[in-house]
Design a protein around this ligand. Structure first.
Ligand SMILES: CCCC/C=C/CC(=O)SCCNC(=O)CCNC(=O)[C@H](O)C(C)(C)COP(=O)(O)OP(=O)(O)OC[C@H]1O[C@@H](n2cnc3c(N)ncnc32)[C@H](O)[C@@H]1OP(=O)(O)O
Length: 396
């Protein structure tokens, strides 16, 4: 917990407020939080610090100064450090805001901080999410945000500027988050993305900077990572829901076959350009896709790389339901909140009855797909495709 909250606090204390006129950009994520608690606990406070990170709208410098001051007061007590020099405008503004709180007790500052964040979150464009789970092990980077509220644990891919492409760190963090979610007291777990994309699949720059003698070893360790990662989805014991907030590519599409329910905005598309990339299907899609849509539709997607619209994906059984983009977040979270009130043990057991029939098979398929992909990563076709992507990126 301290990791994300601490990073946030450090950002506020140091870099984010570079000039009184500069606006810090916050990643877009719809959210909605509980009303103010009567007495904020340390956990509420930490949750609030995480929520600040997910605010859709920049709250403006005045509010940021207030948040800064309340944070300092709540954690360090009254301001008794010397006032920065007159020309140090930013630190002086921060000091003034903190100093203005006088001898406000730490507990009150903590409460005020939580209330302020809550009001900011509620006024932000909202869906039905989010209170970060303060008691869980937080992922190792800001690229993943894990929250828990109303019996729902939500894992959000948070790399919107890279269309939520998955780095090795993110694969590890998702595994950790799933492990924690399998044991927490939530009834349902959700995976979603922040920004306009759900996920653009494997980060293709993962293939760069590999010293010549280490290519085979990287392919081998990549296959181990892939296998472990997909195994976590196969074994996940609770209802797992994908809230597909935008286009999905590669592994983020194939994995959908291992989710229990997939809700998509009508803006989403589903694309698995494996042949174009010299690669082959993973995420058990070589089994789940033909099973759900029939072999020829699966071939169009997985072999020819046909991109499906959300409605087509729904017709093919990959998506459970499609919602208009304008009401997507609202409708989906209302639905999920209602489901999360169902008896959790019954849901867990029912899921397992369904999944257990095929678990062994899915693990075997995952192992086979991972090993085939390991070979593919070493192929000229794959190398050329990656070089192509990177040179377009570098505008070569
Ligand atoms: C160890 C486990 C391995 C599991 C293997 C899985 C296989 C796969 O997942 S295969 C699928 C791989 N993904 C792709 O091929 C998608 C590549 N990206 C794109 O085609 C496009 O970026 C896009 C269609 C997703 C979006 O296009 P758009 O024009 O709207 O935006 P861009 O300007 O291209 O993207 C913005 C920014 O994001 C970077 N980016 C996007 N996707 C990826 C990615 N998959 N890997 C790395 N970087 C990505 C893109 O380069 C841009 O970055 P810059 O602003 O720095 O140029």
């Amino acid at each position: 917990m301290a990791g994300v909250a601490g990073r946030l606090a450090r950002r506020w204390c140091s870099g984010a407020l570079r000039s009184p006129l500069q606006v810090t950009r916050f990643p877009a994520l719809q959210l909605h939080v509980c009303g103010p608690a009567m007495r904020a606990s340390q956990k509420d406070f930490e949750n609030a610090m995480n929520q600040v990170k997910l605010l859709k709208k920049d709250p403006g410098n005045e509010v940021k100064l207030k948040l800064y001051a309340l944070y300092k007061q709540a954690t360090e007590g009254p301001c008794n450090v010397p006032r920065p020099g007159v020309l140090d405008f930013i630190n002086k503004a921060k000091w003034d805001a903190w100093h203005a709180l006088g001898s406000l007790p730490k507990e009150t500052a903590r409460q005020n901080y939580v209330d302020l964040v809550s009001s900011l979150s509620a006024s932000s464009e909202s869906s039905g999410q989010v209170t970060p789970a303060a008691d869980r092990k937080q992922p190792g980077s800001d690229a993943l945000v894990v929250t828990s509220q109303d019996g729902i644990t939500t894992i959000t891919l948070n790399r919107p500027d890279k269309k939520n492409a998955l780095t090795p760190q993110m694969y590890h963090d998702i595994m950790l988050a799933l492990e924690a979610a399998s044991k927490d007291d939530s009834a349902i777990t959700v995976l979603t993305g922040n920004g306009d994309y759900y996920c653009s699949g494997n980060d293709l720059t993962n293939f760069t900077d590999i010293p010549p003698g280490e290519v085979e070893e990287r392919a081998r360790s990549g296959a181990v990572l892939l296998r472990d990662f997909v195994d976590c989805f196969i074994d996940f014991p609770k209802p797992l829901v994908a809230v597909v907030n935008g286009p999905a590519v590669g592994i983020s599409v194939t994995l959908l076959g291992l989710f229990d329910v997939v809700y998509a905005t009508d803006r989403a598309t589903f694309h698995t350009p494996f042949s174009h990339l010299g690669q082959s299907p993973e995420g058990c899609s070589s089994y789940t896709f033909p099973k759900m849509m029939g072999p020829s539709k699966a071939t169009e997607m997985l072999v020819f790389g046909k991109k499906l619209t959300a409605r087509e994906a729904c017709t093919q059984g990959l998506v459970t339901e499609v919602f208009p983009d304008s009401t997507f977040q609202k409708e989906v979270w209302v639905r999920l909140k209602a489901y999360s009130k169902l008896p959790p043990n019954a849901m867990r057991i029912s899921k397992q009855v369904i999944r257990n029939r095929e678990k062994e098979k899915l693990h075997a398929i995952n192992a086979e797909e991972s090993s085939i992909l390991q070979e593919r990563w070493l192929s000229d076709e794959c190398m050329n495709a990656i070089v192509n992507f990177l040179s377009k990126k570098a505008k070569l």
